[in-house]
Write a protein of this length. Sequence first.
Length: 263
Amino acid sequence: INVPLTYTQAYASFGVRCVIGNDVPNNAGSLGGVRVTAPEGCILNAPRPAAVSARHAIGQMLPDVVLGCLEEPLEGRIPAEGASCLFGPVFLGGRGLVPGSDSEPFVSNYFYAGGTGGRPGKDGLDCTAFPSGVRSTPVEITEHTTPLIIWRKEFRPGSGGAGEFRGGVGQVMEFGHARGEAFAVSKMFDRVRHPPRGRLGGEPGAPARVYLKDGTELRGMGRETVPAGQRMVLETAGGGGRGKPEDRDPEADRRDRQDGLVA
């Protein structure tokens, strides 16, 4: 989870760019006024040869941190917190990777997104990768290139934080082995214990969850084995709400219920 300084500078600057607006070009001139520093050797300025492969787990939180700092001087223009970091499980299985397995080995990494925070005048975006902009891998590709089956990929109703403008909802995904074999998963994501916070009276989004189909909870980080015959369920976090829930337009609430986005 260490972050190199260049990554810190990029995502911290991105938080500032979000409130400047699209009328100002994104170039050296507009970014020249933003100066980002971090003490050498801290988690946001990790020197060589520190491991940084999971840098997104911290680095992609930086836009929300910067936006939070700008809430007071830019009151009314700042969205609530979102899921922020990508949910990128690495699946491993087969000979040499899972004890007792004699099948063809495989390793695959996929990316999934949670919801963004409620925005000034708009709800948060559902299942959208912000700030990374990365798109999810289609189910068909996953099932064609690995022995995994995705049994579910659907919205996570009620995961967006309540507010005048609700947070975007996350998604639910259920993974299993096509032949019922055990497989391993390496997880490098957050928002499991600390959900996205609401703003201006909005409620927090639902925290992320990782668990087996039988209800056994898994960690948000680290490598664990999904036993033979079991499935892993990933619920990505919802975004925080913005504004007081009692100020929400009843028609917007009705549409959410009709679309199955709230419980």
